[in-house]
Write a protein that binds this ligand. Structure first.
Ligand code: PMP
Length: 397
C-alpha cells in the first residue's frame, strides 16, 4: 500500500495525513469504481427485469461474496449491509437485545468504548431498568481481565466490546473475552471499526456472534457498513426497519418478511456505497497485511520513542499490544490549539475526546491530540509529526 494509489496525495503532495482512524483515504480504484457505477451502470436493484437493473443487482450482491471471503464468514445470509458501525450496533440493540432485556439484566461493555458502542446500551438499559456493567482498564489502557469474570453472570444479555480502541490503539484480547462469555452462554458483539488492517481478520475464527464495521474506515466510501451476525440469531430477530425490499408479501392485515439477509435491508440501499466497498475489498485483498502491520509497527515505535523525548509530552494508551494510534497530551497546550498549530504545517490530526468521553474522565484529561497511521504513511510523516510537536513545544511553552 502506498501513496501513489491514493489520488488525494497527488492533489496535496505536502499533506501529512495522520487521521486514518477517523476515515481512511480512498484508492483510485474505489473512486473510479463508484464513478463507473453512476456513469455506466446506474439502476435500482432487486426489482427490475431489465438488463441494467439485473447487472446492478448482481454487482451489489457480488460484494456480499467479497465480504464473506475477506472476513471468512461462514454464510452469505449472515452479512447485512448497513450505513456503518453505529447503525449495526443500533440494529443489534433494538432487534436482538431489547426484546429480551428485563429489569435486573445486564449488558457488559468496556471502559474504552466509542460512544457508538456505549450510548445505545446505556439507553436500552435505562428503558428496561437493566444495568450497564463496565470492564475497567488499567493506566496502560489494557482491560482488567480478572474483573471480567465477576461481571459476567446468568443475567448478562450481551458483551459489546471494541476490538481496537480508536483512542488508545489497544488491541483487545477478543478471543479470550468471547471464550469466557460463551462459557456462560453470553453472546458477544465486536466493534471492528478500527480492525481492517489487523492481519488475521477471520470472524469465524474469533467466534464473535456479531461483528460491525464501517466502509469509510476500510478504504471504501462513507454511508456503508457491514453487520455480521450468526445465522441462528439473525433468523430469530425481528426486522430493524420496515418498508420495501424486506418483505415477502403484504396485505392490510399482515406482512411476512423476506429471508436473510434482505429482512434487514429495508428500502433502497446505498448501492454505490456497497459497490465502492467491493472495490475497497479488491484493493485490500492484494495487500500483504502482515507486511503492512510490520510497517505500522515500525512507524508507531519510532514515533513513540521520538515523541517521548519531548519533555512534558505523554502518550495516553501504552498497551503492549497496540495498533498505529497515538493519543498525545502536551502539558499546558490544549489539544485544539495543538491540532491548529499542526494544521499550519499541513499535518492533519484529530483533537478532542474522540467519542470516548468516559475514557477522558478516567485519565482526567479534556482530550488528546490523536495521530493515527495507515498503510500509506511513511517515516517522513513520522518526522513531520515529531518536528511539528517539537515546534509546538517551543511556540507554546
Ligand atoms: N467504533 C469505533 C471504535 C470507531 O472508531 C468509530 C468511528 N470513529 C465508530 C465505532 C463509529 O463508526 P461510524 O461513525 O462509522 O458509524
Amino acid at each position: 500500500m502506498n501513496k501513489a494509489d491514493f489520488p488525494i496525495f497527488q492533489k496535496y503532495p505536502n499533506l501529512t495525513y495522520l487521521d486514518s482512524a477517523a476515515t481512511t483515504q480512498k484508492p483510485s480504484s474505489v473512486i473510479k469504481g463508484i464513478t463507473q457505477y453512476y456513469t455506466d451502470e446506474n439502476a435500482n436493484i432487486h426489482r427490475g427485469i431489465y438488463d441494467l437493473s439485473a447487472q446492478a443487482t448482481q454487482k451489489y450482491e457480488a460484494v456480499r461474496g467479497k465480504v464473506k471471503d475477506y472476513f471468512s464468514i461462514p454464510h452469505l445470509e449472515e452479512i447485512i449491509f448497513t450505513k456503518g458501525t453505529t447503525e449495526g450496533i443500533n440494529l443489534v440493540a433494538q432487534s436482538f437485545v431489547l426484546p429480551h432485556l428485563k429489569a435486573g439484566d445486564n449488558i457488559v461493555i468496556s471502559a474504552m468504548e466509542h460512544h457508538a458502542n456505549l450510548v445505545v446500551w446505556q439507553h436500552i438499559c435505562q428503558q428496561r431498568k437493566a444495568n450497564l456493567r463496565v470492564i475497567p482498564i488499567n493506566q496502560n489502557g489494557t482491560l482488567e481481565m480478572t474483573v471480567l469474570d465477576k461481571l459476567l453472570d446468568e443475567r448478562s444479555k450481551l458483551v459489546a466490546l471494541v476490538h481496537i480502541s480508536n483512542t488508545l490503539g489497544t488491541i483487545n484480547p477478543i478471543k479470550e473475552v468471547i471464550k469466557k462469555a460463551h462459557q456462560k452462554n453470553i453472546p458477544v458483539l465486536i466493534d471492528g471499526a478500527q480492525s481492517i488492517l489487523y492481519p488475521d481478520l477471520n470472524i469465524a475464527n474469533f467466534e464473535a456472534d456479531f461483528w460491525v464495521c464501517s466502509g469509510h474506515k476500510m478504504f471504501g466510501p462513507t454511508g456503508v457498513g457491514i453487520l455480521y451476525g450468526k445465522r441462528q440469531y439473525l433468523e430469530e430477530m425481528q426486522p430493524y426497519q420496515f418498508g420495501g425490499d424486506m418483505i415477502r408479501s403484504v396485505t392490510f392485515e399482515a406482512t411476512s418478511f423476506a429471508k436473510l439477509p434482505h429482512k434487514f435491508e429495508a428500502g433502497t440501499p446505498n448501492i454505490a456505497g456497497v459497490i465502492g466497498l467491493g472495490y475497497a475489498l479488491d484493493y485490500l485483498k492484494d495487500i500483504d497485511k502482515y507486511a503492512v502491520n510490520e510497517h505500522l509497527k515500525k512507524l508507531t515505535n519510532e514515533a513513540t520513542a521520538r515523541l517521548l523525548e519531548i519533555e512534558g509530552l505523554r502518550i495516553i494508551g501504552r498497551a503492549k499490544n497496540k495498533s498505529g494510534i497515538l493519543s498525545l497530551v502536551l502539558e499546558e497546550v490544549h489539544p485544539h490549539d495543538a491540532a491548529t498549530f499542526l494544521n499550519e504545517q499541513n499535518i492533519a490530526v484529530r483533537a478532542g475526546h474522540h467519542c470516548t468521553q468516559p475514557l477522558m474522565d478516567f485519565y482526567q484529561i479534556s482530550g488528546t491530540l490523536r495521530a493515527s497511521f495507515s498503510g500509506y504513511n511513511t517515516m517522513e510523516d513520522v518526522e513531520k509529526l515529531v518536528d511539528g510537536m517539537k515546534g509546538m513545544k517551543r511556540f507554546f511553552v
